[in-house]
Design a protein around this ligand. Structure first.
Ligand code: SF4
Length: 340
């Protein structure tokens, strides 16, 4: 297994509400000072610039950064520009309720720190969405934020969750989204809940081929435009056909989860040691579980008609079945079989 990239994750900021479909499931904050994380990220990014591994970094759970964190992340964005960095595109998930005036101030601050687009995930409209997102008023908040952000020149993104309980609301939702300001960078797509985190327990909400194939053309087009996969939303048996043609050894990146427990060690060790240790642990994690082809062979349902947005969702489902049969500890967070 060769690794050409390193993805650094840090759970710095708590969500203001708990979505029932959250693909990250149970949450543990990193409990770090942003200054310490900034110094560590800067070291890694300097190493990349000197020929080290390609570095990506994500600071979540939510984008609700305080002023100090904004300044530190902006410093990194300025010194080490890249297409994907936390301040450029803002997710509206996990935000606290805000008045229009508070929203205006907040968006203006984010724009001053380099944000060019805002995107939200919508599980239906009104009370249906609020139920799924665990916050009364969340639907109104996201729509107001998108509208105001669009009026201020931000590009807008929207992901519509297609589930049995959201189906009847999706036409109204799409019509409402059509009333938002149009910009060249706007995007919209629709997909089922991921199979990950809490949503792994929501299989009864998953539509099947019969429901998918009876959806109106506009919604099918949004499902086909699912930018996460580029391949649309397929049923288990359709994904299995596609996976047969996938390469046996896809390229994997290393994942480094930074938290209060490991930061002192990361500050002291040289990059080669960190990467070599991570590579050994990652290889051990993959060696502990069957390959994707084996999981598919043992647990794949060749007549399964439920629809998934990512092939990876099925790999995670098959792995869960394997672990239910053969419980064992392994570092799943280092593999691609978790969403974070
Ligand atoms: S889905 Fe996003 S906003 Fe909702 S609880 Fe999970 S991380 Fe937070």
């Amino acid at each position: 297994m060769a690794f050409s990239s390193l993805h650094i994750h840090c759970k710095l900021v708590a969500c203001a509400h708990a979505c029932r479909y959250c693909s990250m499931g149970k949450k543990t904050l990193s409990a770090l000072e942003p200054e310490r994380l900034h110094a560590l990220l800067a070291r890694f990014l300097e190493w990349e610039a000197q020929g080290g591994l390609r570095i990506g970094y994500v600071v979540n759970y939510t984008d609700n950064f305080d002023r100090r964190t904004l300044e530190l992340l902006h410093d990194l964005a300025r010194r080490f520009p890249r297409t994907y960095e936390p301040l450029r595109r803002m997710s509206l998930g996990g935000q606290p309720l805000r008045t229009d005036q508070e929203l205006k101030t907040w968006l203006a601050e984010r724009r001053a720190f380099g944000c060019i687009s805002a995107h939200g995930s919508l599980a239906g409209t009104g009370p249906v969405h609020d139920h799924w997102n665990g916050q009364k008023g969340n639907f109104d908040l996201i729509l107001r934020t998108l509208r105001m952000a669009g009026e201020m020149g931000f590009a807008l993104g929207a992901r519509l969750f297609v589930a049995r309980s959201t189906l009847t609301t999706l036409k109204d939702l799409n019509d409402l989204l059509d009333t938002l300001p149009m910009h060249p960078g706007n995007w919209r797509y629709a997909m089922p809940f991921f199979y990950a985190g809490w949503a792994a327990q929501l299989e009864e909400e998953r539509i099947d081929e019969a429901v998918r194939d009876s959806l109106p053309d506009w919604l099918l087009a949004l499902m086909g435009a699912c930018i996460s996969t580029g391949e649309g939303c397929r049923s288990e048996r359709e994904w299995i056909e596609l996976l047969r043609m996938a390469p046996d050894t896809p390229e994997r990146g290393l994942v480094l989860n930074v938290n209060a427990q490991n930061i002192a060690m990361l500050e002291q060790k040289c990059f080669e040691e960190i990467v070599s240790d991570l590579a050994v642990r990652t290889q051990a994690a993959y060696a502990a579980i069957p390959s994707a082809a084996e999981l598919c062979e043992r647990y794949g349902d060749r007549s399964g008609t439920k629809v998934y947005g990512l092939a990876r969702c099925l790999e995670m489902k098959w792995l869960d079945r394997h672990l239910a049969d053969h419980p064992m500890p392994f570092e799943r967070a280092l593999t691609h079989l978790t969403l974070s």
